[in-house]
Design a protein around this ligand. Structure first.
Ligand code: NAD
Ligand code: ZN
Ligand code: ZN
Length: 373
């Protein structure tokens, strides 16, 4: 039987989100129905709203959901009814990337996450009996209920039973991306310098992870002074304002160059400048959404001669079932205090929550959608 739900519908950036009645489709054997307790807002939701990413509109967004499992299909092994779970991105499970547990680079990422439906085109969410674009990152969690999949659901470990789901929700995208970029993708080495440009959720997670990795110095760059202050609290040893020749200051501080530069802005000039600051074997990791037409330009002999690397990173190379529990463990040990980034909003205030993120007032807005208990 179809499940009734309420979902925030995105019609692009010319209209606010509207919360409306929808129905969830019947579960397939590898799917789970989740009662959503909370969902973080990530910049990628805005990128879709603004049509920087080719997800069809109107659509139910939301890809940092956490909730309680209400029903599972026969083939589901990741969780059972009543479990507390975090949702993340989905993947196919059988392509060359999935085979080596690199699901963020799934060859079938688009149909499983961004096509607006299941890979076969069918709907997970209906409105008045018609298909509504959803299944965003295999979930669409700006809703009271979501259909998720065996591969993108992670059960919250029992030892984290005292941590509220509303705090854990953002672990499934922004936080794992920043932390994973440092720990999994670039594999930052202790004692080497790191610069993080753009300290929103992704950048702040990278700063905390750089501290875990023992990087030194850890440089944060942003235009927002409050965020730079927070980056210092979370582990940055130096903070530079992007409006005040940050690149020149990095060069003065580190004449030998950066071991690692992590860009979350997606601005090609920033990425190119960072490339010019790399030490031999240095890596620029990039995660920011950019204009689809943007191109990058690097000096060929510097690229080859110093063994420098430019690395596109998706989802922080996270292997969900292993890395998400690891991040929760870091949090419980006090090494990953991401709760300092969160501001909570009632579901009905979704438009205010987006605004708070875009104005820079709140680093990580989280929508409270239903009571956990
Ligand atoms: N690749 C991935 O897997 C992945 C995952 C999550 C998010 N993202 C993308 O990563 C980016 C960051 O996400 P977020 O949620 O942290 O966003 P955010 O908006 O919270 O943070 C971006 C930060 O960059 C700063 N900034 C903007 N221009 C700058 C400049 N020229 N110099 C220095 N700082 C500047 C802003 O002040 C802000 O603090 C977004 O583009 C998002 O779409 C990618
Ligand atoms: Zn995201
Ligand atoms: Zn795959």
């Amino acid at each position: 039987m179809a499940t009734q739900a309420r979902a925030a519908i995105c019609n692009g950036n010319s209209e606010p989100f509207k919360i409306e009645d929808v129905e969830l489709a019947e579960l397939r054997p590898d799917e789970l129905r989740i009662r959503v307790v909370a969902c973080g807002i990530c910049h990628t939701d805005m990128a879709v709203r603004d049509q920087q990413l080719p997800v069809p509109l109107p659509v139910v967004l939301g890809h940092e959901g956490a909730g309680i499992v209400e029903e599972v299909g026969d083939a589901v092994t990741s969780a059972k009814v009543g479990d507390r779970v975090i949702m993340s991105f989905n993947s196919c499970g059988h392509c060359p990337s999935c085979e080596i547990e690199a699901p963020t680079y799934c060859y079938n990422f688009f149909p499983h996450n961004w096509s607006g439906g299941r890979p076969d085109g069918s709907a997970t969410v209906l409105k008045n009996g018609d298909k509504m674009n959803a299944n965003f990152f295999g979930q669409s969690s700006f809703a009271t209920h979501a259909i998720a999949h065996d591969r993108n659901v992670v059960k919250v470990p029992d030892k984290a039973k005292d941590l509220p789901l509303e705090r854990l929700a953002p672990v499934g995208c922004g936080l794992m991306t920043g932390a994973g970029a440092v720990l999994n993708s670039m594999k930052v080495r202790a004692g080497l310098p790191v610069a993080v440009v753009g300290v929103g959720t992704v950048g702040m997670a990278a700063i905390m992870a750089a501290k875990i990795a023992g990087a030194d110095p850890i440089i944060a760059v942003d235009m927002n002074e409050t965020r730079l202050e927070m980056a210092k609290e979370l582990g940055a040893t130096h903070t530079f304002n992007a409006k005040d020749d940050a690149m020149g200051k990095i060069k003065d501080l580190l004449p030998q160059g950066l071991g690692y530069a992590f860009d979350t802005t997606g601005i090609n000039k920033v990425i190119q400048d960072l490339f010019g600051l790399l030490a031999p074997m240095g890596i620029v990791g990039m995660v920011g959404a950019s204009d689809p037409a943007d191109m990058l330009k690097f000096n060929e002999s510097e690229f080859m001669g110093g063994g420098r690397r430019v690395m596109g990173i998706l989802g922080g190379d996270s292997d969900l079932q292993h890395f998400l529990p690891q991040l929760i463990e870091y949090h419980m040990n006090g090494q990953f205090p991401f709760d300092k980034l969160i501001g909570y909003f009632p579901f009905e205030d979704i438009n205010e929550a987006f605004e708070a993120s875009e104005s820079g007032k709140v680093v990580k807005p989280v929508l409270r959608i239903s009571e956990e208990a």
